[in-house]
Design a protein around this ligand. Structure first.
Ligand code: GLC
Length: 536
């Protein structure tokens, strides 16, 4: 087992690393395939740690790597203490944690507390034992109908019937039965799982579907009382308070990062009270239109409600932002995923470059979803028979699902698998577009104008500049449609979201531009980092 201390290798002790870290979201199935089966794995991730160190990130968040039948790409966990053979072994995960630490990179793992897999030992026991059913939500039906009319977030009813006629609750797929958090076994088990990973040196936990774990035991229809029967119930906070105690019991405190989708900022902020989670993804920012006033309002809200920003532009559940920013409507008002009749990818890419500089200049931490540093667009033409996501299948294709943002990364070469797998391997689990040779790491690395070079430069400057990362910001006067703010001692960021070029401030020294400048003007959809005395 890897020693739990972080003083080994390159990790410097820091009780607040989560406040300003640049965190790379690594989706193991699609990052790098070491064994040639067409699916990414830990061997692949280990072989690319130097790439991540070179990129300049501080931590990696791994999407679930546990034993799983993969009904929801690993979010259906059969054993929280085992690595799925598709990805590797526990010994490899331990080595990976150690090798990342040696490079100064922290590790965050994904814990899924709302549900487990129907292949989990507990659910298998529940099929034959009434007592074991108490760890889940089993109920008799209403005649032939399920116990209530709750709908699954993935489409269809939230209940499935077992052989003896009872029904069990699953807010997601039927292969993901919801756990009963009123049961002491559930509480004890997850605290032990946290310790299991913390003891192996893991620095933080991403808490999946964090606002859903508590249910009203009467299982009423939503809307009948002031509190929702399963979203953001008051009781849920006790869970994270006890998890915080576990995290704080380690000498170098471990971080809890919540996946909390709530519009109400006051309710959202409750998850970030000092004895609960450390951080939660800023999905308002992710969903915000490419519009100066909307972004400014969102940033102001964030500074009010988050202890420190947790900026995120994309993840494994939403349409990639190069594509979102190339649509006529750049917000996610119509949904975090949608079919795109019109997408201007070059425009989306230009905006994504500007958004990178905006995000990396804001106070707080930032999450970079793998492939974002390469400027990958959403893949929208995956044939139906190659699609894997249960959302696509359970909605009969009404929702495009999430496969398009999960396509394996292009590393090198002219054609599939673009270095994702070794030569002669099985085809990648999702098809890669023909045009991706020009987006590969090998092509972008030597090109100073590439997205990868922009991310590397920005992350290097961000890591070295005392004003960046955690701290405060001050809005600066700017023309309509332009965002300008300083980060203390002479550092400013300016983003032009208006349709016209605007003048740059005088006496400012250019540090970095998202798109090369023509003279003293900042073109539309361009961002710059500036240094100067008189900016404040
Ligand atoms: C979260 C994950 C998503 C998963 C769901 C169910 O929203 O991000 O990928 O499908 O939870 O676990």
């Amino acid at each position: 087992m890897v020693a739990a201390t972080h003083k080994q290798g390159g990790i410097l002790p820091s009780p607040t690393w989560w406040r300003d870290a640049a965190i790379y979201q690594l989706y193991p199935r699609s990052f790098a395939d070491g064994n040639g089966d067409g699916v990414g794995d830990l061997a692949g991730a280990r072989s690319r740690l130097d790439y991540l160190a070179e990129l300049g990130i501080d931590a990696i968040w791994f999407n679930p790597w546990y034993l799983s039948p993969m009904a929801d790409a690993g979010y259906d966990v059969a054993d929280y203490r085992e690595i799925d053979p598709l990805f590797g072994t526990l010994a490899e995960a331990e080595k990976l944690i150690q090798e990342a630490h040696e490079r100064g990179i922290r590790i965050i793992v994904d814990i899924v507390p709302n549900h487990c897999s129907d292949r989990h030992r507990w659910f298998q026991e529940a099929l034959t034992s009434q007592t074991a059913r108490e760890r889940f939500w089993f109920r008799p039906g209403r005649g032939d109908l399920p116990p209530n009319d709750w709908q699954s977030i993935f489409g269809g009813p939230a209940w499935t019937q077992v052989a003896d006629g009872q029904w069990y609750l699953h807010l997601f797929a039927p292969e993901q039965p919801d756990l009963n958090w009123n049961h002491p076994d559930v509480r004890a088990e997850f605290e032990d799982v946290l310790r299991f990973w913390f003891d192996r040196g893991v620095d933080g936990i991403r808490v999946d579907s964090a606002a859903l774990c508590a249910k009203d035991p009467a299982l009423p229809e939503p809307g009948l009382s002031a509190s929702h029967p399963f979203i953001d119930r008051e009781e849920v906070h006790e869970i994270y308070r006890s998890w915080r105690t576990v995290a704080d019991s380690y000498p170098d405190p471990r971080a809890l990062i919540g996946e909390v989708w709530l519009e109400d900022q006051e309710r959202f902020a409750r998850y970030l009270r000092p004895d609960e989670m450390h951080a939660a993804f800023n999905f308002d920012f992710l969903g915000c239109a490419w519009d100066a006033a909307a972004l400014r309002a969102c940033i102001d809200q964030t500074m009010t409600w988050h202890p420190s920003g947790s900026w995120v532009l994309s993840n494994h559940d939403v349409t990639r932002h190069v594509t979102r920013y190339g649509r006529p409507d750049t917000s996610t008002a119509a949904g975090i995923r949608q079919y795109n009749p019109v997408v201007d990818v070059p425009l989306g890419t230009r905006r994504a470059r500007a958004a990178a500089l905006l995000t990396l200049a804001l106070p707080g931490s930032v999450y970079i979803y793998q492939g974002e540093e390469l400027g990958l667009p959403e893949v929208e033409d995956i044939p139906a028979e190659r699609r894997d996501d249960p959302i696509y299948h359970r909605t009969g294709g009404d929702d495009p699902g999430r496969d398009g943002c999960r396509v394996p990364l292009p590393w090198s070469g002219e054609r599939e698998p673009y270095g994702f797998s070794p030569n002669g391997a099985a085809p990648p689990w999702l098809p890669q577009p023909d045009a991706w040779s020009s987006l590969s790491v090998a092509v972008q690395e030597p090109d100073p104008a590439s997205m990868l070079s922009l991310y590397r430069s920005a992350l290097r400057i961000r890591a070295g500049h005392p004003a960046l990362g955690d701290g405060t910001m001050t809005w600066l006067p700017a023309p309509d449609g332009v965002l300008a703010f300083s980060r203390g001692a002479g550092f400013a960021c300016m983003v032009n979201l208006s349709p016209a070029a605007v003048a740059l401030p005088e006496h400012a020294e250019l540090v970095l531009a998202s798109t090369p400048l023509a003279g003293e003007l900042l073109a539309p959809d361009t961002a710059v980092w500036l240094m100067a005395g008189p900016l404040e």
